[in-house]
Design a protein around this ligand. Structure first.
Ligand code: SF4
Length: 420
């Protein structure tokens, strides 16, 4: 297989992988200076974060963009007239090792379209990871995409070689999936997740007893949902997310705004991309659920099915629940401090530390780094001058927006209106 053909495959299969956001990605600017294999410019190098917060660069590719399925939202679907390619197992191993030796990458993110069957494809993904670990003694990061419907045996093997496993839910609701990917079955996503969750628990408990027990997917498992392809509300999306976090102990759920790529009566029109701001608001809500003690129904419920794009979800919640404010920063408990708009968890920690020694005033809070433009309306401190307390939620919102620049400007796209 010539160098040019490998390069061509790399171009096709790295480009096809960019739609998967299960590892946060950004293009690499590193270019080839010695005419060797592995010019990283635009060739599938992305960045991701490990459990301990380290940023790692990964080779992000598909094993193949051939697929037997025809999911309407996917660029790789079989009816789409695109250039196809497939790597051999050894080619992915060689590419990874070559890129690794040149310091272009620290790991591999490997996904795939489905060749003949789920198991046939999964076997090849596992074979790549196994060769890297056992033959090449590769200790870099490996994130393997699990193929829905793959057998328990293959999932177990995958976890022994990969740091992280993920299986994409794709569409947030069963109904949406049925409409856009009728050949797919939600159970096929769930089965591998259950297997991975159980194995992680089992291996962890065995490791406590027997030190030599190997690691099993130490980075846990994650999933991705496509947002805006099937008209779900933010409430439905976050309920699904919450369910998967709790039921399968996922490390992360990723939200990927659907990019209209084809004319299909079931899908949003071309040119109506999901605004980046909607993705951001979903991530902020996800964060509030995982680290700030919020329940989904507090932020999204029957009266508020979609997130307000103009203000962040914590501010939105505070504006609808003014009866909880103002919060006295010198006496409030951790949970309530975390609910003040503009106060992050680091600031909560600093406030609790600092107030042991003095009563905190505006100046102290500013030094701690809280976002005073929002926070000042929702708290009291040792300073005597208070912000206005006689405003309603909508009045307060417009006051905050007036005093805030670009970050909260409206960036609505036509797609949001489509499903109202
Ligand atoms: S099975 Fe996966 S790769 Fe194949 S068309 Fe559906 S989403 Fe795309």
């Amino acid at each position: 297989m010539g160098f040019t053909r490998i390069q061509e495959k790399l171009k096709i299969l790295a480009d096809a992988a960019k739609y998967d956001v299960s590892c946060a990605s950004s293009g690499s600017k590193r270019s080839n200076t010695n005419k060797g294999l592995g010019d990283a410019t635009g060739m599938g190098i992305c960045h991701s974060y490990t459990e301990d917060g380290r940023c790692v660069s990964l080779l992000k590719i598909l094993l193949t963009n051939h697929c037997i399925f025809d999911c309407a939202y996917c660029v790789t679907r079989k009816s789409n007239d695109i250039k196809r390619a497939a790597f051999q197992v050894q080619e992915v191993v060689d590419l990874t090792i070559n890129f690794y030796r040149r310091n272009y990458i620290e790991g591999l993110f490997l996904s795939s379209g489905i060749f003949k069957s789920a198991d046939y494809t999964m076997e090849r993904l596992v074979a790549v990871a196994k060769k890297l670990r056992t033959e090449e003694k590769f200790n870099g990061y490996i994130h393997l995409k699990s193929i829905p419907g793959a057998s328990d045996e293959l999932m177990k093997e995958a976890g022994l070689y990969a740091d992280r496993l993920s299986v994409n839910i794709e569409i947030p609701t069963k109904e949406g999936l049925k409409l856009l990917a009728p050949e797919k079955n939600r159970e096929d996503f769930i089965k591998p997740m259950i297997k991975v969750k159980n194995e992680i628990i089992q291996y962890k408990s065995e490791k406590k007893l027997i030190k030599s027990t190997p690691l099993f997917a130490p980075g846990g498992q994650s999933t991705q949902m496509i947002i805006g392809a099937s008209g779900e509300s933010d409430q439905q999306i976050m309920w699904t997310s919450n369910y998967f976090y709790k039921k399968f102990e996922l490390k992360r759920v990723y939200y990927s705004g659907y990019i209209p790529i084809s004319y299909d009566s079931h899908l949003p029109h071309i040119g109506t991309e999901v605004p980046m701001l909607r993705e951001n608001r979903l991530y902020q809500t996800d964060w509030l659920m995982r680290f700030y003690g919020f329940e989904v129904h507090e932020i999204l419920n029957e009266s508020h099915k979609n997130l307000d794009l103009e203000v962040d979800p914590k501010l939105g919640w505070a504006l609808r629940n003014l009866e909880y404010f103002p919060v006295d920063v010198n006496t409030a408990d951790r949970e309530m401090l975390a609910r003040i708009p503009g106060v992050g968890m680091k600031s909560v920690h600093k406030i609790i530390q600092a107030r042991r020694f003095r009563r905190l005033n505006w100046e102290h809070l500013q030094r701690i780094g809280i976002a005073m433009n929002r926070a000042k309306y929702f708290l009291v401190c040792a300073s005597q001058d208070f912000e206005r307390r006689d405003l309603t939620g909508p009045q307060l919102k417009s006051l905050i927006l007036q005093n805030t620049t670009s970050k909260y400007q409206k960036t609505l796209s036509p797609q949001l209106n489509l499903f109202e």
